[in-house]
Design a protein around this ligand. Structure first.
Ligand code: SF4
Length: 202
């Protein structure tokens, strides 16, 4: 049996959840045919859940949207546009709105699946160019409660331990989370902290 040899391997970050697992995409003929996880890389150290391991076929799905669409005409149909045209269109519309009504007429919303660097540039652009503080983030939905609680309890709302360290925990309390479903690779490290499970894995 001859195994497929990749034409290239691309190191990237899983797009599905906030664990941010590192993965190596094996590419051949323009398709991802295998996903591996590097054993020497945080946060997942070789682990991937079923979403990261097998859920990337959307990248080459025939119905994937690859070009901007602009609503065209009174009936609201969409037509394909180039990136230059779409960016120029959005820029012109936003400039006109802000010039006429001020920056506070615009609200913006950033994404937890974008990188920290992208989110930093985004909020900078909103505040410095659009002249508004109306910038929020989808983490508001999932983290606002924990940010407040952690700030009050330990004085910092950032994560205080790495995911890899969780397997050494003596005690952990999980509230409001089905970790196995929502952040599967974190749950692997938590399970390894349970002696009876750790013994079975070793
Ligand atoms: S836990 Fe699963 S979905 Fe989340 S980043 Fe890792 S592989 Fe992706």
């Amino acid at each position: 049996m001859t195994l497929l040899e990749p034409e290239k391997i691309i190191r990237t970050t899983c797009p599905y959840c906030g664990v941010g697992c590192q993965m190596d995409l094996n590419i051949k003929d323009g398709r991802i045919y295998r996903v591996e996880a590097p054993f020497d890389s945080a946060p997942n150290y070789g682990n991937l859940c079923v979403k990261g391991r097998f859920g990337l076929d959307f990248a080459t799905h025939p119905r994937r949207l690859k070009q901007p669409l602009i609503r065209d005409g009174a009936r609201g149909n969409f037509r394909e546009a180039s990136w230059d045209e779409a960016l120029e269109y959005v820029s012109r519309k936003l400039s006109a709105l802000v010039t006429e009504h001020g920056g506070d007429c615009v609200a913006t919303y950033a994404c937890a699946k974008a990188t920290n660097e992208d989110n930093y540039v985004f909020q900078k652009w909103v505040r410095a160019v659009m002249k508004t503080n109306n910038v929020d983030h989808c983490a508001r939905l999932c983290h606002a409660g924990s940010v407040t609680g952690l700030q009050l309890a330990i004085g910092s709302s950032a994560m205080s331990n790495s995911i890899g360290e969780m397997e050494n925990l003596d005690t952990f309390i999980v509230t409001g989370s089905n970790t196995t479903e929502t952040h599967p690779v974190i749950s692997l490290f938590l399970k390894k902290a349970v002696p009876s499970i750790r013994d079975r894995l070793s």
